[in-house]
Design a protein around this ligand. Sequence first.
Ligand code: PLP
Length: 387
Amino acid sequence: MTRTFKNIETKLIHTGEMHPRPAGAINLPIFQSSTFESDPDNRDYGAQRYMRLSNTPNHTVLHAKLAALENAEAALVAASGMAAISTALLTVLSAGDHLLALGGAYGGTHSFITHDLPTFGISFDFIDGNAPETWAALLRPNTKAIITESITNPLLQVPDLEAVVAFAQQHGLVSLIDNTFPSPVNFRPPEWGFDLSLHSATKYLNGHSDIVAGAIIGKKSLVKKIHAKLNHLGGSLDTHACYLLYRGMKTLSVRMRHHNESTPKIAEFLAAHPKIKKVNYPGLESHPHHERAKKLFDGFGGMLSFEVQGGTDAAAKLVERVTLPVSAPSLGGVETLITRPATTSHAGMSPAERAALGISDSLVRYSVGLEATEDLIADLEQALAGI
Ligand code: PLP
């Protein structure tokens, strides 16, 4: 019998665990086997255990946990966040269909939509996440889906998510959301009516910067179709990586609690600093979407970005002068990371495209890790003093 639990902390530890535990092991062992002994009389291909079909015990336990975390019907892991996003979009869209997509989405998603979807005969329009009144004009008879992000990268905006769900329901569109930044601890899109919630599990879900993984969470009928597509496209997660995701996820709620407490203090320090022009963090009362974020989210998370006085040179100098954060792309790990999106996540865009999205070359993105808040602030203070 599957046990159900009310609180996310307990779900992370106990949901989906095998009973009895294999050999009594507290941690689900890694089933490092590409194939499994099968019943020669069973002709159902999907019933054969094979790693690419994402049906080993390591996959099944993760699927149960991930679905429970967002109070959804089903979940599926994938080989990366991009495997989750691309496979989901290629499942809900076919040749001749049209997609409405949030402008200013994560660079990889943006590139997939603009460069790859057209090669499959799928067209798109970008929407302004804060102007729902403009979306109807972009609808076409063949519009099938709408995709947004919970919090945008790197500007930390919170689109009008309730309007996205209402619009999708009104027009019969599949609603998808990239929920990487808040993680299921801070936001659970299925509770707000989204059909599919997508994650780069590389980030907070895993939390230790040691794997690349993705997750798709949502309606059972849709997840089942995406699973079939993933079986064909082959972007399934290896069981060794499944294990690392499983191990990392167990501490998700503790890590997110730290991020939720530490990051507002760093954001406030930066906002009050004379050498900082602007801080983007939805937890700040001055953030244009603060009220919306407060309503939707249980915490404001560990990501912030800011502009330094003095432009690109000053920003580059700051990144050089900090001593605790590592200068690297990615986010959501135990260690603080710092990056300039113009040179990493959004380097694939032209300067004009970046400027249109409000991403200046002097923007610095900061992923707050689990170091002591006061140490991170002291480090930023000394770095700012020298620029
Ligand atoms: N979505 C967001 C918001 C991201 O930041 C990233 C990666 O940085 C992705 C998706 C892609 O995830 P992955 O690198 O695991 O493929």
